[in-house]
Ligand binder design. Structure first.
Ligand SMILES: [Fe+2]
Length: 290
C-alpha cells in the first residue's frame, strides 16, 4: 500500500461491569468530559477529549476489556480503497448499518476481526461538535488529527497481528523493544510516535496492556496524580520517562484492571524520514512499580 489510508486511531471502546467507576475515573482523575446520553447512561459511557463528539466509550458488559478499536480514514475514497486492499488480502469485512455508524458518530463504517479476535472498525467522516470540549478538571489533550492516544495489546498471534496491522492497515514500524521474554513492536500511523504497540511473549495475552491519553502539559499529569492521592489512590507505576517516545508518564489502574498511561511530551515523528530503532530498555528514568 503506497498511500497511507488510515490516518489515526480515532476512538476506542471497552466493555466493563463498572460503568460508574469508569465515569468517576474518566472525569475526576483523567479530566475527560462525560457526554453520555442520559437515557443510555447505564448502558454506555461516552467520554470526550477534544472537538470530536467522543473518543472513549465504555459499554456495559460482564467482561472487562477491549470492545473495539476505531481506525480513521480521511475520505470515502480512502475507506473504499482500504476495504479493497483488505479484501484482496483475504480479510473478511462487514459493512455496518447506518444505525451503528450514526451511533458511533461517523458517516460510514466497516468492521473486521484482527488475528487475535479483537474487533477493529474502519470509518470516515467523524462528527465534531460546535460546543468546545470542557474538561471538568481544566485538562487539555493532544488529540485532533493525532487521534485518541495509543493502545498496547498483548498478542497470541504476534506474527499474524503484525502482518494484519502493518501490511493490511499500513501502520509503520517506529521501533521495537527486546525485553525477554517479551518483544514489543511500536507502530505509527501519523506523527504520533505510536498509536498501537503489539506485545509478544506475555502470558496474559490476549488482553489490553494499556491505553495512553496525553494531556498537553506535564503539570496536568501532576495535578491528576494529586487528585488520585486525594482520593486515597496510588499510581501502579510512578512518573518516569520512556526512551522511545520520550513521554513523561505514570500508569494508573483503570476500573477494568488494565493500565491507563497518563503522560505528556510524547515524541512526534516525520513518518517519511523515521528510522526504526531497536531498544533493550524502555525508560530513561523513573517508572517505579508501586
Ligand atoms: Fe504506552
Amino acid at each position: 500500500m503506497t498511500e497511507q489510508l488510515i490516518r489515526a486511531l480515532g476512538y476506542v471502546g471497552f466493555t466493563s461491569a463498572r460503568l460508574e467507576d469508569w465515569r468517576s475515573f474518566g472525569t475526576n482523575i483523567l479530566g475527560l468530559q462525560d457526554v453520555s446520553d442520559f437515557e443510555t447512561a447505564d448502558e454506555e459511557l461516552r467520554l470526550r477529549m477534544d472537538e470530536r463528539s467522543w473518543r472513549l466509550a465504555v459499554e456495559a458488559g460482564a467482561q472487562e476489556g477491549l470492545a473495539y478499536l476505531g481506525w480513521e480514514t480521511s475520505s470515502p475514497s480512502a475507506l473504499a480503497a482500504l476495504v479493497d486492499h483488505l479484501t484482496a488480502r483475504g480479510v473478511e469485512l462487514t459493512e455496518e448499518s447506518q444505525d451503528l455508524a450514526d451511533h458511533r458518530g461517523v458517516a460510514q463504517m466497516y468492521s473486521a476481526l484482527d488475528p487475535d479476535g479483537n474487533r477493529v472498525e474502519f470509518y470516515w467522516g467523524p462528527r465534531a461538535e460546535p460546543l468546545p470540549f470542557q474538561s471538568p478538571t481544566g485538562t487539555e489533550f493532544v488529540a485532533g488529527a493525532l487521534g485518541i492516544g495509543h493502545i498496547v495489546l498483548r498478542t497470541v498471534e504476534f506474527d499474524a497481528c503484525n502482518e494484519f496491522y502493518r501490511d493490511g492497515l499500513g501502520l509503520g514500524l517506529s521501533d521495537y523493544l527486546i525485553a525477554p521474554p517479551r518483544l514489543i513492536n511500536f507502530l505509527h500511523v501519523n506523527e504520533r510516535h505510536h498509536s498501537l504497540a503489539l506485545i509478544q511473549g506475555d502470558p496474559a495475552a490476549p488482553s489490553v496492556s494499556h491505553l495512553m491519553v496525553e494531556p498537553t502539559e506535564i503539570d496536568m499529569v501532576g495535578r491528576a496524580l494529586d487528585r488520585l492521592y486525594a482520593e486515597g489512590g496510588t499510581p501502579l507505576i510512578g512518573l518516569g520517562r520512556h526512551i522511545n517516545d520520550e513521554m513523561i508518564s505514570c500508569y494508573l489502574e483503570s476500573p477494568s484492571g488494565f493500565r491507563l498511561e497518563y503522560g505528556a511530551g510524547g515524541l512526534l515523528i516525520d513518518p517519511s524520514k523515521h528510522v526504526a530503532t531497536r531498544y533493550t530498555g524502555d525508560k530513561v528514568w523513573g517508572h517505579r512499580k508501586n
